[in-house]
Design a protein. Structure first.
Length: 466
């Protein structure tokens, strides 16, 4: 079903649900419905906010909940609001979490990012079935998140959830709905609605910024490099990111990222090896293990790198379910507002297809508006190739082996929402497992372990940035 037709179906279902929440539409199971009241539907939680009902003729139903956070807790999830899901969900069911929201204190044209919106387990370990970090403005708008259930969930196992622990945040929430677009209530799957619903999380790549031109490696010595020619990973250059192990990693990924565990990250024959393995770990030895069935490593440069030319020479894993990535994030700031640059992503279900993408508040995969391109790299799984980025103040160009295939240029009038790429970022190397994109066609456990081998990482700072 096309995107516009799908959205029309969702809006129709929401409108009818508003009039009669107990009525299931053809092919649509209304799993949950939140009325506009603090006491029913939305369930605010946390101790750092105030919540109250308000009257507002501008929102469907004429009532809303206002949640005000002044001084947030230490974590984005310390305050928020949930909508219980009382019905069971089957593996493969296409789900929609849709809700009306606005930021009433936002300035004209300003967008406010909610740290998290999605569907999670209603208890620890709070596995995420679908997720996003939507932005809202001062006017009422419907936020829509879509995904596919990764397994069967019994009744009461899931909840729709918002994380709102942001300083000085005021958000108004209107009615919310969780829909299953595959089934009628109490019925078997409808034949006419068995096609998987496109998920924003599945579509992290893009094909809208193709550019084919030579990319020349700068002359002279790199400003910074790691040739991996020692006997161990240089901890002065790299740290291991393990921050989300206990809570679960973004995009519903399935891996545990180890800290310096040689089975997952090591120097071998003059190259860095990041290896994803099918295994569980003992909680007694790995206190932050969150029950994951796979292990891997995520390495982040200790220094930030900015404008200039990057080259990472790597051989990639291609087993179904693997998700190697070479990318950059800023050291702080909310996603996607602070930006993301993906030099290379590849999912094992599409071997040899390299994706280059950039994300910002205005253009990101949560809203299916990301900018990027893709190219086939013959032999990517069996031989090393040079994955390259030329990052300049007004343009980002990404390519392979001296030839670009993606270029995004800053337009006149672009501000931080469109172009946050104006400060140094950290470079990240990792191999994820499964998740909304790489796991969309399942994980081939027999193919593991899967490894990314990196022969060198080199960075030449732009002349003005040296």
């Amino acid at each position: 079903m096309g995107r516009m037709h799908m959205r029309a179906a969702i809006v129709s279902a929401l409108a009818l649900a508003m009039a009669a929440p107990s009525v299931a539409q053809q092919g649509t199971d209304i799993l949950s419905y939140a009325v506009n009241d603090v006491a029913a539907g939305w369930v605010p939680y946390g101790g750092n906010h105030k919540a109250r009902g308000i009257e507002d003729a501008g929102v469907q139903g004429g009532r809303a909940i206002r949640i005000e956070v002044k001084a947030p807790g230490a974590h984005p999830w310390d305050d928020g609001a949930n909508v219980p899901i009382t019905r069971a969900v089957a593996k493969g069911d296409p789900l929609v979490f849709a809700f009306w929201a606005r930021a009433p204190k936002a300035a004209a044209g300003e967008r406010v990012t909610l740290p998290f919106a999605g569907i999670t387990q209603s208890h620890a370990p709070y596995d995420q079935v679908l997720k996003g970090a939507p932005t809202i403005g001062s006017d009422w708008a419907m936020v829509e998140l879509r995904g596919v259930a990764d397994r069967d969930y019994p009744a009461g196992e899931l909840q729709a959830s918002l994380q709102l622990s942001v300083a000085n945040l005021t958000v108004d929430l209107g009615p919310a709905f969780v829909l299953d677009l595959k089934r009628k209530a109490g019925a078997a799957p409808a034949a006419a609605n068995t096609a998987p619903l496109p998920s924003t999380a599945h579509a992290m790549g893009a094909t809208n910024q193709e550019a084919h031109r030579p990319m020349a490696v700068p002359a002279g010595r790199p400003t910074w490099a790691d040739e991996f020619d020692g006997t161990a990973i240089d901890r002065a250059n790299w740290r291991f990111d393990t921050a989300r192990n206990a809570a679960g990693w973004y995009n519903n990924e399935r891996q545990y990222y180890a800290d310096g565990r040689p089975e997952n990250a090591r120097i071998e024959k003059g190259a860095l090896v990041i290896e994803a393995r099918r295994e569980t770990l003992p909680k007694a030895r790995f206190a932050d293990w969150g029950g994951e069935d796979y292990t891997s490593a995520r390495m982040v440069t200790r220094r930030t790198l900015g404008y200039g030319f990057y080259e990472v020479r790597a051989t990639l894993p291609c087993g179904r379910g693997s998700w190697p990535a070479i990318w950059l994030l800023p050291p702080d700031g909310a996603w996607p507002d602070a930006g993301e640059i993906d030099i290379m992503e590849m999912v094992g279900s599409e071997p040899e297809m390299s994706h280059a993408t950039v994300h910002s508040a205005a253009y990101n995969h949560a809203s299916n508006s990301q900018r990027g391109a893709q190219t086939r790299v013959a032999g990517a799984c069996t031989a090393a190739h040079d994955y390259q980025l030329d990052w300049q103040p007004d343009a980002i160009t990404i390519g392979v082996d001296g030839r670009s295939y993606m270029r995004v240029e800053r337009k006149p009038g672009d501000g931080m929402r469109e172009w946050p790429f104006n400060r140094p970022y950290n470079l990240i190397l990792n191999v994820a497992v499964g998740g909304d994109w790489a796991g969309a066609k399942g994980i081939d456990d027999a193919a593991f372990p899967q490894r990314m081998t990196v022969e060198h990482v080199r960075f030449w700072a732009a002349p003005a940035a040296k």
